[in-house]
Design a protein around this ligand. Structure first.
Ligand SMILES: NC(=O)c1ccc[n+]([C@@H]2O[C@H](COP(=O)([O-])OP(=O)(O)OC[C@H]3O[C@@H](n4cnc5c(N)ncnc54)[C@H](O)[C@@H]3O)[C@@H](O)[C@H]2O)c1
Length: 437
């Protein structure tokens, strides 16, 4: 056994701050409240349901993840956040219509008490939304200070020992990284000068980092995926992760593609389309916002298939992703994939996937796991980009010069080995079999 990492205990209460309290945010909060009352199970959450093999296979040691590591418990979580609509989490959960009335009513009092703080919102980043519950200070630098003040007040009022933030806000419109994102100095100057390339999500992230609050980004916007913010996070010893929760279609894609690649089956084309009718779908109906999502969704196959290494199998692959806003479906998205593959001697085959999923039901456990792992990382003194959390993201952040890892099984192995490493246990390289335990 190696030296375990020193991890501060999970003492006191952990605040989970969500910029954006819509469908995902409220489904996550309500789910945690229901789970802690024993009224529903936190299905899909590795921290709550997962196990981890420790030692040799013959040792038969497989503790639960949350017994293996000092994670915050569900009873120690306190929820808060910001939104441009002043609805309580109860009203927002009703509007999102993801959960049944029976589930929402069972935790009504707790949900009603959770009221969003005023949002930092610049309409040019989300043109489809208009809300009144927003901060009005015209200075971006001053907005950072207002959010910092919110965090300090939230911590004090709730008697919290620490906080972590997970962006569950709408997808911001696509922006290429600019000079203001390249260094902390440029970013600080940009805040003073109200640089238009500083988005609302960046304002929250900067404020969180300065308050020692780890920040995970659930949407595809740049947010914390810029050198200036990495520098700030390192300076303050704060962990970061992102981007874009890996749910639905991309989850399936990163399960199927590694399998096809493992058998060296060729792919000629992969056409993915979705219909989606929630507010997220409405926001993504704007081409600028969809562009952020498209970039995030398109990247995954490349790093799994490595067409440069296998041009004869994947070199000519046509990959297309579409999202159509279709209100009747609400949160109950349907995602179709048509995959044109070929095998021995080039003979063609087809695969069709029709995933009738529920977006927020798949995203909520990711929010929980990210919050708990980010808090763990913070207590273990791990700052900056947390690549081991790639498992949860469609477009994982990676160090400059490295390609992101998108294969779900490699991501899981990486995550579990990081947990073993933290505890000073031997890493498991699976030279035997048992690929992912
Ligand atoms: N559900 C999934 O499967 C999934 C997967 C990957 C990523 N995401 C991303 O998660 C995010 C949330 O999804 P959702 O379905 O809950 O969307 P939603 O529209 O229901 O909720 C987003 C909320 O964010 C608020 N918001 C927007 N800008 C804000 C700001 N600047 N400050 C504070 N609040 C702000 C909106 O008012 C809204 O209430 C989206 O960006 C979505 O793309 C979701």
């Amino acid at each position: 056994m190696k030296q375990p990492k020193e991890i501060r205990p999970a003492e006191g209460k952990l605040g989970i701050l969500l910029p954006g309290m819509g469908a995902v945010g409220t489904t996550f909060i309500a789910g945690c409240l229901l789970a802690r009352k024993g009224l529903a199970a936190p299905v899909g959450s590795l921290t709550q349901m997962g196990t981890i093999r420790v030692g040799k296979r013959t040792d038969l040691k497989m503790p639960k993840v949350n017994e293996f590591l000092p994670l915050a418990g569900l009873n120690d979580l306190v929820f808060g956040g910001w939104d441009l609509f002043e609805d309580s989490a109860y009203t927002a959960a009703k509007t999102a219509a993801v959960l049944s009335d029976a589930h929402i009513e069972a935790v009504k009092d707790e949900l009603e008490a959770i009221r969003p703080m005023k949002a930092v919102f610049f309409p040019e980043y989300v043109r489809r939304l208009r809300g009144e519950h927003i901060k009005t200070n015209p200075s971006k630098a001053a907005l950072v200070e207002e959010v910092r003040e919110d965090i300090r007040r939230f911590k004090k009022e709730n008697g919290l020992s620490r906080c972590v933030a997970v962006w569950c806000g709408s997808t911001e419109s696509h922006r290429e990284p600019g000079p203001v994102h390249q260094s902390l100095k440029a970013l600080e100057a940009g805040l003073e000068a109200n640089d238009p390339l500083i988005s609302p999500s960046m304002i929250y992230a900067i404020a969180c980092i300065k308050e020692g609050v780890g920040f995970a980004n659930g949407a595809p916007n740049l947010t914390v995926d810029i050198p200036a913010i990495w520098e700030l996070a390192r300076e303050h010893g704060v962990p970061l992760s992102g981007k874009d929760f890996k749910t639905g279609q991309t989850l399936m894609k990163t399960i199927i593609a590694p399998g096809l690649r493992a058998r060296f089956l060729g792919i000629r084309g992969w056409f993915s389309t979705n219909i989606l009718g929630n507010r997220d779908g409405e926001v993504l109906d704007d081409p600028e916002n969809f562009k952020s999502k498209e970039v995030s969704k398109l990247g995954v196959l490349e790093t799994i298939l490595h067409p440069d290494k296998h041009p004869e199998l994947y070199g000519d692959m046509y990959h297309k992703v579409r999202i159509e806003y279709y209100p009747p479906r609400g949160d109950e998205k349907e995602g179709w994939d048509n995959i044109d593959i070929f095998g021995w001697l080039g003979y063609p085959m087809q695969m069709k996937i029709d995933f009738l999923c529920r977006d927020s039901i798949l995203a909520a456990p990711i929010v929980l796991d990210l919050a708990l792992f980010m808090d763990l990382a913070q207590r273990a003194g791990m700052s900056g980009m947390q690549e081991w959390l790639s498992f949860y993201f469609k477009s994982p952040m990676s160090a400059p010069g490295l390609y992101p890892e998108n294969d779900l099984f490699v991501q899981l192995m990486k995550l579990k080995n990081m947990l073993r490493w933290m505890k000073g246990e031997e890493l498991i390289t699976h030279l035997g079999h048992e690929y992912y335990d």
